[in-house]
Each structure stands twice: as structure tokens, then as C-alpha cells.
Design a protein around this ligand. Structure first.
Ligand code: AMP
Ligand code: MG
Length: 367
């Protein structure tokens, strides 16, 4: 695939130039791949009604065809075209959640209408649908005039991109266009909620918290943290264990006593540095100096320990930063199960290949 290098097109994130978006919207409609900023992470977009364009997404990412894509809309008027149903014909939770959470980082699993090719949804009868909040994403989809399938704009299994530069590093040789609208402000992918089940169930924690979803619905949503999920069938398709993995070995100290997990991570940094390793730390601001004092050669700051939204915003860029620093091992601790903390915990767990180190029994660690 001797493609030309991607052109990075800078736009103002709040008020993008309509002429630029008209041009790139037309490119999307004509079947081209266009990477663009959303509030969660950068997406790799294609016309969701065009099977050839959709195939291009899977090829560019090396993504297996068994991993379904999320379809992005500019407004609710596009919902019937994607689901084959009016709002009134969809589960009642949809109208309530759309009013409370859209545009925003929430993906709903809905019936798939005939306009959406099976390949978008990996053959499923359902389709993930989201109305992104980012002004650039909305204006681009509006200009395209078609629903836009868009997974994160990274090679399959890599860390999701939160800047145009991250996209270029992964896909610059493979796609023609990258719109640069600055860093993504949520920083982790959308929350995926299956509203075809009752009560609605969270398949992936993400940019909107389960607390907010419960308040919007008037009843708690179902959610099982990954470690407690025994069988694969209970997870969303495509939710592989090893994802977002950095090149360095990632050691996640996990436990209910959050402070104890960080004390253990700092002690481990000290031990590994003493053995001559180049140690990186994913550290809350409050503890950055402690990791440096323990001998970590690279400390990526995540924001305050008690501010999971800040941690989510910085997490993926921090993982890339530590890989760029060429560290041997990355150590980190645990976050509380509240707000975006669930999404942060999920991404760290996946980045570690599903192997975390319980602080109560650190000797059970797997290399
Ligand atoms: P992303 O790679 O962030 O765009 O997220 C796509 C993920 O959404 C997939 O890997 C699935 O886990 C989930 N997903 C998408 N469509 C469906 C669907 N129809 N049913 C269940 N999960 C879905
Ligand atoms: Mg992804």
C-alpha cells in the first residue's frame, strides 16, 4: 500500500472553517477515510453506508472483521436511517438518554437498519450509535451528509490517539486526511450501553459515568467490572483483553485501598530502579515527586488522584510518552470506582493484558 503520507489539516476546535469541512465532508461521501477529533479520542471515519469505505477502515487499522464499528451521527434526524426505526419505535430508554446525554460520549446499542451494511457491525443485528459533542466532528458529519463509522484512529491493539500527531504516528502512511482540532478533552472512548436489554447494561465504561446514566434513566444501569466477568459472552464483541498495550512491561497495582496500591507502586519503582531498570511511572500529580525520588527516569503526570476526569484526559498520551522515553517497565496504582474512575481502571487493566497485581498478595505477580 504505497499511499501518500496523510495531510494534516488544522482547524479551530470551537469554530472550524466551514469551507474546510465541506471539502473533507465531500471526501468522506466520496469514499475516502478521514481522521477527525472527537471529544473522546480521534476517530477514523468512513461513510457507514458504503461497504468499500468501511472495508478501508478495517484494512488501515489491521482491525479484525469480528470487531464492530460505532456509527456517528450529526443529529437525531439521522437515527431512523441507521436503525430503520423512528425514535418512538426504539426502546423508551433511547429518547431519555438521547435528551440527557447526546451529544456526548455515550454509545447506544440499537437495532441495525438496512442502510447499514453488516460489515459495520461484524454481522450483528445491532449497531452502536453515537452523537459526538465535538464541534469539528459534528460539522464534518453534517457536511458529509451520511452517518460516519469511526473507530479510534490507531492501529489495532495500540493506544487510542488523543491528538492528530498520535494519529499520524500510527496511520500517517495509510490514510489521506487527518483533521487536527487539538487534544481530545475526555481522553477515553465512549461508554457503551446496551439498551436492547432490560435493565440497560454497560458493555464498556467510558466518557460518561454510570452515575449520570442511572440519573438520566431513573434506575441504575447494570455494570460488572471486567475482573468479575467470568465468560467472554458477557463482554462486548471485540473487547479483547490485550489492548492499548505499551511496549514496556506495565505493572498495575490494584486494590480497594487506593493509597496502599500507590505505596506499593512507589516501592516497586524503587526496587526495579535499584536493579538497573529504566522505570517509568504513570503517576497522579500528587505522587509524581515520590516516583522521581524512587528512581523513575520518566514520570508521566495524570492529574490529581481524586480527579478521575483529569486522569482519563491524560492517560493515553501518558502511555505514549513513557513508550517514547524507552523505559523497560511502567508502574502505576489504582483509582476509585467512581465517575470516570471505572473507565480509567478498565483501560489500565486492558493495557496490562488483563493481569493486575493485587496489593494484598504481590507475590502472585505474573511477568
Ligand atoms: P471503538 O473501537 O472505540 O470504536 O469501539 C468499538 C467497540 O464497540 C467494539 O469493539 C465493541 O466492543 C463495541 N460495539 C460496537 N458495536 C457493537 C454492537 N453492535 N454490539 C455490541 N458491542 C458493540
Ligand atoms: Mg479503539
Amino acid at each position: 500500500m504505497a499511499e501518500p503520507k496523510a495531510t494534516i489539516v488544522p482547524v479551530d476546535p470551537a469554530t472550524p472553517d466551514p469551507a474546510v469541512l465541506a471539502r473533507l465532508g465531500a471526501a468522506l461521501r466520496a469514499g475516502a477515510l478521514v481522521a477527525f477529533p472527537t471529544e473522546t479520542v480521534y476517530g477514523l471515519g468512513a461513510d457507514a453506508t458504503n461497504p468499500a469505505a468501511v472495508a478501508g477502515i478495517f484494512a488501515a487499522k489491521d482491525r479484525p472483521s469480528s470487531d464492530p464499528l460505532i456509527v456517528h451521527l450529526a443529529d437525531l434526524a439521522q437515527l431512523p436511517a441507521v436503525t430503520g426505526r423512528t425514535l418512538a419505535e426504539l426502546p423508551p430508554a433511547v429518547a431519555r438518554l438521547a435528551a440527557a446525554c447526546w451529544p456526548g460520549p455515550l454509545t447506544l446499542i440499537l437495532p441495525r437498519g438496512p442502510a447499514i451494511p453488516a460489515s459495520v457491525a461484524a454481522g450483528l443485528a445491532t449497531v452502536g450509535v453515537r452523537l459526538p459533542a465535538h464541534p469539528v466532528a459534528r460539522a464534518l458529519i453534517q457536511a458529509a451528509g451520511v452517518p460516519v463509522a469511526a473507530p479510534s484512529a490507531n492501529r489495532f491493539g495500540h493506544t487510542s490517539p488523543t491528538t492528530a500527531q498520535h494519529v499520524f504516528a500510527d496511520l500517517g502512511e495509510r490514510i489521506p486526511w487527518i483533521i487536527d482540532g487539538g487534544p481530545s478533552l475526555v481522553g477515553v472512548e465512549s461508554t457503551i450501553l446496551d439498551v436492547t436489554q432490560s435493565p440497560p447494561r454497560v458493555l464498556r465504561p467510558g466518557g460518561i459515568s454510570v452515575e449520570v446514566l442511572g440519573a438520566a434513566l431513573g434506575e441504575p444501569v447494570a455494570f460488572q467490572e471486567r475482573a468479575a466477568v467470568a465468560d467472554d459472552a458477557a463482554q462486548a464483541p471485540g473487547m479483547l483483553l490485550s489492548h492499548y498495550a505499551p511496549r514496556a512491561r506495565l505493572l498495575v497495582f490494584d486494590g480497594d485501598d487506593v493509597a496502599a496500591t500507590w505505596a506499593r507502586a512507589i516501592a516497586e519503582a524503587h526496587e526495579l530502579a535499584a536493579q538497573g531498570q529504566r522505570v517509568g511511572a504513570l503517576a497522579p500529580d500528587d505522587l509524581a515527586a515520590d516516583f522521581a525520588a524512587a528512581g523513575a527516569v520518566a514520570v508521566a503526570r495524570l492529574g490529581a488522584l481524586t480527579d478521575p476526569a483529569a486522569v482519563a484526559r491524560h492517560l493515553f498520551a501518558a502511555l505514549r510518552q513513557l513508550d517514547d522515553a524507552g523505559v523497560d517497565s511502567i508502574v502505576t496504582g489504582s483509582f476509585a470506582r467512581a465517575g470516570l474512575g471505572l473507565a480509567v481502571r478498565d483501560r489500565l487493566w486492558r493495557a496490562a493484558g488483563g493481569v493486575v497485581i493485587p496489593v494484598e498478595d504481590a507475590t502472585e505477580r505474573e511477568a
